[in-house]
Design a protein. Structure first.
Length: 190
């Protein structure tokens, strides 16, 4: 055998080793610079996310606060509107009642009968005091025995004052409207 492997039919080839690996600038410094840039970007993104989260939390708080103020304003406005509606209704009722009484279109007979029933004296003797105009309208109406109708200029039209052995029962139109108003206002109270 020969000492030359190429002559024996064997060929072995070894590639040449690279001479040097060249990186522009200092590779460690470049790596550190890239790492720091990534950290800065990461810190920036984290700071930005924290800032956005804080801004959203402030905005959500402001929205919650505004919604609460709107709810309070709505509740207050609803209460005020209900109160104004009651006062308007009472004033309309007062105007209608006054106009009806002034025009003598009120049912004075029914008012007297209701007042007598409320007096609790049954068939006992009563004196019904009425405005002279109302008394004149009832002069031909028969009431129970022992009931006397008297004209009294001190009594307002539409009002009824019944004197019984137990005392005086007064049915005053304005007092009735005032009692209705108090009941309605009481129902509105929170």
């Amino acid at each position: 055998m020969s000492s030359d492997p190429a002559q024996d039919g064997l060929a072995l080839s070894v590639p040449a080793a690279p001479r040097t690996l060249r990186v522009a600038g200092d590779s460690r410094a470049a790596f550190v610079a890239e790492l720091r840039a990534a950290e800065r970007t990461s810190e920036y993104e984290r700071g930005r996310a924290d800032g956005e989260r804080a801004a959203l939390e402030r905005a959500a708080g402001a929205l919650d606060s505004a919604a609460e103020r709107v709810d309070q304003a709505r509740d207050s406005a609803t209460q005020a509107l209900a109160g104004a509606a009651v006062e308007l209704a009472l004033e309309i009722a007062r105007s209608i009642v006054c106009a009806e009484v002034e025009a003598a279109r009120h049912d004075i007979e029914r008012i007297v009968r209701d007042t007598l029933a409320a007096s609790g004296v049954g068939r006992g003797a009563c004196v019904v005091h009425l405005n002279p105009l109302d008394a004149a309208r009832l002069k031909h109406i028969a009431f129970r025995a022992g009931t006397k109708i008297e004209s009294d200029p001190e009594v307002q039209a539409g009002d009824v004052h019944v004197t019984t052995p137990h005392g005086v029962l007064v049915r005053d139109v304005q007092d009735v409207l005032a009692a209705i108003g108090e009941r309605l206002r009481g129902e509105l109270a929170p």
